[in-house]
Every structure is written in C-alpha cells, then in structure tokens.
Design a protein around this ligand. Structure first.
Ligand code: HSE
Length: 439
C-alpha cells in the first residue's frame, strides 16, 4: 500500500511558537509519524521577516510575506495560527475556515473574545479549530476536560493559569520583593506578555478560564462574564501577613457550578500553604478539576515557552491526522459538548458570590478602636474565625488588625469595608483578599 499523503500545514507566524513548532516537528518527525501513520509537513510559512525565515527553515518550505497566500492555498490542509492578536488573526482564521481548512491556534485572546463566531463558522464548514496551545501549554487540560473526564459532571475547575503572575507572587514571597520589582524581573526573563497588563490585571488568565469553563460545563464562550481582578494592587505586606496566618497568595482562575448558577472569576486568592496549588512555584501552571466520578484531579506543567507551546500545537496536529477522514459529527467537539447541547447557565454577579475573606487594616492602637472595628463587622453579620492584632513595626501608635472571615457575600463585605474606611481611627485603605480551600 502506498504511504498515506502527508498532512500539509501552513504556518502563520515564525516567532517563538512558530519556530518551536517547526523545530519540534522536524526533530521528532519519525516518532510523530509512528503515532499518526502519516507525516506532518510544514509546506508554507507566512513570516514578516524573510531573513529570519532563511535562518530557520529548510529550502523546501515556501516562505511568503502575505498571510492570505497561506490561508487560500489549495495545498494547505491545516492552518496553524501563531501570530497572536485578535484582528488580523481573526480575519485569517475565518478565511481559512471559509476555505474548508482546519485550524490550530494557540491564541487564547482570539478564542475568548471571538470564539463563538469562530467555532460556529468551523461547525458550519465541518472543520476543526483546535487550541490546546491556548491554555497552560504543557498541560493537556483541554484534552483532559474534553476526553479524559467526559464521563463526569464537573463541579469546578480552578488553577494557576498565568505563569507571569505566579512568578511575581513567588518572588514577592521568597525574596520580599515589591510587586514592581518582581514584575521587572519577570519582564527581563521574558515571561510577561508583550503588554504585561494582560498578565498582571488577570486578563490573560480570564481568557484561559473562559475556554476551560466552556469545556467543563458546556456553556458558550463568555469572556465578558468573567469577573477579573489582577495582582497589580497587591502589597508585599499582604503576602507576608498571609504567610504568617498559614496561607499563600495565588492568582487563581475559578469556574464553579452550583445550584445558583456559574461563578467565573479571576482574582488574587489566599489558599492554605499545605494546599497542592500553594506548592506551584515560579512560572509553573497547575489546574485542578473536581468532578463527580473521578473526584479531585490535578494537572501541573509549564504554562509558556517555545517548545512547550509547540508540544501542544503538534498534539492538535496529531489529533487532526487521526480524525482527518472522520465525519465531522463523529469528531471530538471543539468545546467538549455537541454544538447543539451548548447551553447558557446563569453566571452569578460577583456581588452575590460568597467566599471567606482575609481583611487587613491599620488603626490607632487601642482596645476601644479594635472594638469599633468588630462592631462594624458584627453589625454586617460578618463572622470572624481568626483575629490577630500586630504592633506596627515603625509607627508604635498604630497596630495592624488581621481578620479571617467565615463565608460572606461579596456585596456585604464591601459594604462593611466602606464603613470601616470611615472610622476615624482607621488609617489608609482596608485591604481584602478572598480565601478558597478548594477541596
Ligand atoms: N504570559 C502568559 C503567562 C504566557 O505568563 O502565562 C502564556 O500564556
């Protein structure tokens, strides 16, 4: 029998991820084709810098400086989009789909913001849009949710899905760096996105959480419903006090379903120091899933990197090889659920979400003023399960009150925080961070 024809790939972009994809495919060509039964060949590459292409690619690859030549070329079976951004990338992906080509992308922003349109177009055309490289790259978490846990009713998915912020938080904790110092380090090491506000404000994590939630719960892509807070306002003092109380601060993405609806949130979170997620350091990622049959599972790995992302992109290409001849309705659906089964679940307003809280405030050192604080909390119905009063190290007339609350509605705690801020004895802002035990 003649060898099956290769899968012909058109690559859009030859930056870090594009180069990694090309190099890993070349290096591991034999072992990959032993798995797929056919070769995966990059036949055409769009690149802005032709000189760079010459230093990386072999002569048999057609190099073009117009991306439309790739998405319109009849010899391209699948387009790999790794140029990033949400404007040109969107047009190219939709054009590739309209031309009947499969698409593999690592572009979380594109799918979180325009996924509904893109997946609907792909479904109508009977082509695949695969995106393992968009979320926590070394962890095959899309495959886990879509296939490995497909027997389960998932209760929640939560994790550290942004390496830059995890690196910053790790350095604040271990080296007592300020947020700004740790961010500068992360940027020097190349962890941060081109625009670090996407990382530090939680937007990148919210993009990824959007995709995880759709795969976990069969809900539409709804990035705009994710409550998103970053770590940009976090103070070193809170990282230090959290540790004193037996917690560490992590930026978590949390998607949780309960009888009141769905919670979609990204925010700094206190978790107990003995929690598995508390031991995910530096730029590593980890995702935990709680499901009814499998129980609690945890998935750990690098969240970024050239070959790490390439590994995910190529895994999608391998899947495509294996399902190339399969009728579209028999393929693994893009968002884990059949398109017709995707159903919106009410997403709860953040004001209604209940969690435990960590509170920190500085106030004039006096038992009476401490009682005033407790009275405000009591009047709001907020119960405290741990309270510590620490002498201010420099300004002796002040102390710091640290309080850990029982579960309380977001709107209630914020009402109480406003009242605390009005007490004349309270100095500066009252700081608050949610607490999760995730068990
Ligand atoms: N800036 C991202 C992160 C890269 O730090 O996780 C990977 O998505």
């Amino acid at each position: 029998m003649p060898a099956p024809a290769p899968l012909r790939v058109g690559l859009l972009g030859l930056g870090t991820v594009g180069t990694g994809t090309y190099q890993v495919l070349a290096r591991n060509a034999d072992i990959i084709s032993a798995r797929t039964g056919r070769r995966i060949e990059i036949v055409m590459v769009f690149v802005r810098n032709l000189a760079r292409a010459a230093s990386i690619l072999t002569n048999d690859v057609v190099v073009v400086d117009d991306p439309l030549l790739v998405v319109n070329h009849p010899n391209v079976d699948v387009v790999v989009e790794v140029i990033g951004g949400t404007t040109i990338a969107k047009d190219l992906v939709l054009q590739a789909i309209a031309n009947g080509k499969h698409v593999v992308t690592a572009n979380k922003a594109l799918l979180a913001e325009h996924g509904s349109e893109i997946f609907a177009a792909a479904h109508a055309q009977g082509v695949v849009v695969a995106y393992e490289g968009a979320v926590a790259v070394s962890i095959p978490i899309i495959k886990v949710l879509r296939e490995g846990l497909s027997a389960n009713r998932i209760e929640w998915v939560a994790g550290i899905i942004n390496g830059t912020t995890n690196y910053i938080l790790s350095r604040m904790k271990t080296q007592s760096l300020s947020f700004g110092q740790a961010l500068a380090e992360a940027q020097r090491l190349g962890y941060a996105e081109a625009d670090p506000t996407f990382d530090v404000k939680g937007i990148d994590a919210a993009h990824k959480l959007t995709l995880l939630a759709s795969n976990a719960f069969g809900v539409p892509i709804q990035f705009d419903k994710v409550h998103t807070e970053g770590i940009n306002d976090l103070e070193l003092a809170d990282v230090t006090f959290a540790e004193r109380l037996g917690f560490c601060v992590k930026l978590l993405g949390i998607a949780k379903r309960n009888s009141s609806g769905l919670e979609l949130r990204v925010h700094p979170t206190l978790i107990p120091t003995n929690h598995l997620l508390a031991n995910v350091h530096d730029s590593m990622n980890a995702v935990m899933v709680k499901s009814d049959a499998a129980g609690l599972t945890m998935h750990y790995g690098a969240g970024a990197g050239s070959e790490q992302t390439a590994s995910a992109v190529i895994a999608d290409l391998v899947d495509l090889c294996r399902s190339f001849e399969t009728k579209h309705q028999h393929r693994v659906p893009s968002l884990a659920f059949q398109q017709s089964a995707i159903t919106a679940i009410h997403v709860r307003e953040i004001a209604d979400v209940m969690t435990c809280y960590y509170l920190r405030l500085d106030l004039i050192n006096s038992a009476k003023f401490e009682q005033d604080v407790m009275d405000v909390l009591l009047q709001a119905g907020i119960r405290i399960w741990r309270l510590e009063v620490v002498k201010h190290p420099i300004e002796q007339e002040f102390c710091t009150m640290l309080a850990l609350t029982k579960p309380v509605r977001n709107s209630v705690i914020h009402g109480a925080i406003s009242k605390l801020g009005e007490l004349p004895a309270v100095k500066g802002h009252v700081r608050s961070i949610r607490i999760e035990t995730l068990d």
